[in-house]
Design a protein around this ligand. Structure first.
Ligand code: ADP
Ligand code: MG
Length: 575
């Protein structure tokens, strides 16, 4: 269905046309006609499917010349960015409609400016629940003439703890009104709000198998723990996206990763909820204008951010929730354009979590190998060739003068060009992380290989068993149990025999590490005091606690009756 099939005013048709919209998305086709009739609607549709226009177009259409004095439409959004973004889009719909005055109100910005704008006769108010409440309390936002209240991203507003504010607002606006709710998911809390505050709402549910998500190419890379940042740098260098988002699970990680990327020369910036509004706006503007190529974000800060032309989404951390995965990758492939989503995973557990996500989202997420240096070099060569071939300005005479001068020194044009090109290639490849994939140790190749011991800052006093240690090491390094040798558990620390060649890698990938909830530090073992004995030997000496396990083999236990690592289970070559 096309926008011009709706009975919209001339002004709106023109505005929508200028935006380049012709065909409505599913959620728009189903909800706009109902909203124009004044019906209450609960709309569920994935992110990126055009919900803003779905409620924004009818809102703008509903404004008449009589509405010049006070708010008639109130739109609640979870974050400042979303409020600003929705306000901008609504102003675009209202481009040819003089009677519309849209105003965004959100926390972290000047109250006075917002009050001024409200006083000047704003009639569509877009705001975050907290700041809207604030204005209502101060009576700087009058609600007596409100006809429509719209909750955008309702699920996220509830997640963010806005439930009380939302209920207070809904209880305070005229009863005779239209109430509209849009959300990407429908948890029971939303249904409760629907029942309480909507009148005979029409439910619209668009199936989650959206075209937009299908257009996104999805891959994953297996990375050893502790090497994700290097892997990301490698991928960013290899694919050099013009505009990419990188998702982390915590604000701290956003800060750390942004720093790390900036240090390596990437045009990266971070965004999360702890940042000042001004800073966030600057970051968003810089990202929109492509001055920032890489935006590192948390889920909440990025929710609903609509920047067109994001070519790649990276999941630096695996999302904590299946829905988050959809939200994240929905930042790319918007409005029918193709996009890519790359997920970094470490360890077997994350691999199985990702398989869950693929099952849930019915997506095909395939593994790719990390590109190596020579592969990246090839990409760069190709790019540079295209770049040079694409220069269509004539070189100026100065260039030829230099070539002549060089020729006099015995450097011909070919040699001169080669020197310049290779210096460019070197800069392009500089700063690429040295990235050796963790090689699983080949069996047998280690016989006679030198071993060293690593030291873990956890011991018997924390009631750990050898299998906890081994499990954690395997998980952190991606190596196999066979790769580790003798494990000696002491009171407050544990030593593990490892191949010397891998010890740096192991120590790197295990810091930080947690075992049984305890943070554990791992370093090279420098040898302890000679008096110190692991519990195993202590128990041996006492000759106590010998038991038989179910295989009929002698199973040794320590003085607590816990089993002790049995060196016979480990490959002989380690000892
Ligand atoms: P949602 O709120 O569902 O996540 P948005 O309202 O942010 O989605 O819209 C996503 C993008 O799609 C925006 O860039 C918007 O301008 C564009 N868009 C919306 N409707 C259409 C349409 N009918 N045709 C083309 N592009 C559209
Ligand atoms: Mg939206």
């Amino acid at each position: 269905m096309q926008f011009n099939e709706l009975n919209l005013s001339e002004e709106l048709i023109r505005a929508v046309d200028e935006l380049g919209f012709s065909e409505m998305t599913e959620i728009q086709a189903q909800s706009i006609p109902l909203l124009l009739q004044g019906r209450d609607v609960v709309g569920r549709s994935n992110t990126g499917t055009g919900k803003t226009a779905a409620f924004g177009i009818p809102a703008v259409e509903s404004i008449t010349d009589d509405d010049r004095r006070s708010p008639v439409v109130l739109i609640l959004c979870p974050t400042r960015e979303l409020a600003m973004q929705a306000c901008e889009e609504i102003r675009k719909f209202a481009k040819f409609k003089r009677s519309v005055k849209a105003c965004a109100v959100y926390g972290g910005a000047s109250m006075e400016r917002q009050i001024m704008e409200l006083k000047r006769g704003a009639n569509i108010i877009i705001g975050t629940p907290g700041r809207v409440m604030d204005h209502m309390r101060r009576r700087t936002l009058r609600t007596d003439n409100l006809r429509t209240v719209i909750l955008d991203e309702a699920d996220e507003m509830l997640n963010m703890g806005f439930r009380e504010d939302i209920e207070a607002i809904l209880a305070d606006v005229p009863e005779e009104r239209q109430t509209v709710l849009f959300s990407a998911t429908m948890p029971p809390e939303i249904l409760a709000i629907t029942e309480k505050y909507q009148r005979d709402p029409v439910q619209i549910k668009i199936k989650s198998s959206q075209k937009t998500v299908e257009l996104i190419e999805q891959h994953f890379f297996q990375v050893a723990m502790g090497r994700k940042t290097d892997a990301l740098k490698l991928l960013l260098s290899a694919y050099s996206p013009d505009s990419a988002m990188v998702f982390c699970n915590t604000k701290r990680m956003v800060d750390e990763l942004t720093d790390e990327l900036a240090k390596s020369g990437f045009r990266a910036a971070g965004i999360h909820g702890d940042m000042k509004q001004l800073q966030r706006t600057q970051v968003m503007n810089s990202f929109k204008s492509r001055a920032t190529a890489i935006l590192v974000a948390t889920d909440v800060a990025a929710r609903g951010i609509d920047v067109s032309g994001i070519d790649t989404v990276f999941n630096y951390d695996l999302p904590q929730d299946n829905e988050y995965y959809i939200h994240r990758i929905g930042r790319t492939g918007r409005a029918g354009l193709a996009g890519k989503a790359y997920t970094l995973i470490t360890g077997r557990r994350q691999l199985s979590d990702l398989k869950d996500i693929a099952r849930y989202t019915k997506a095909e997420i395939t593994e790719l190998p990390l590109p190596d240096r020579s592969c990246i070099a090839d990409i760069k060569k190709e790019k540079l060739t295209l770049e040079i071939a694409g220069i269509d300005e004539r070189p100026d005479s100065g260039a030829y003068e230099i070539l002549d001068a060089l020729a006099a020194k015995g450097i011909d044009s070919r040699e001169a060009a080669a020197r310049l090109i290779s210096s460019r290639l070197r800069t392009e490849l500089a700063g690429l992380p040295e990235f050796d994939m963790p090689k699983p140790l080949k069996k047998g190749s280690r016989s006679g290989a030198k071993t060293v011991r690593i030291d873990l800052s956890i011991g018997r006093s924390k009631h750990i068993a050898p299998n906890f240690i081994l499990g954690a090491l395997v998980d952190a390094t991606g190596m196999t149990g066979q790769d580790f040798g003798k494990i000696d558990i002491f009171d407050n620390h544990t030593t593990v025999e490892v191949p010397e060649a891998e010890s740096d890698y192991i120590i790197d990938s295990t810091n930080p590490m947690k075992i049984n909830g305890h943070p554990v530090e791992v370093k090279l073992y420098k040898g302890g005091s000679s008096k110190e004995r692991p519990y195993r030997q202590f128990a041996d000496k006492r000759g106590s606690g010998r038991k038989f396990n179910d295989r009929g083999r002698k199973k040794r236990t320590d003085i607590f009756g816990d089993s002790i690592p049995d060196r016979r289970k480990r490959p002989k070559k380690h000892h």
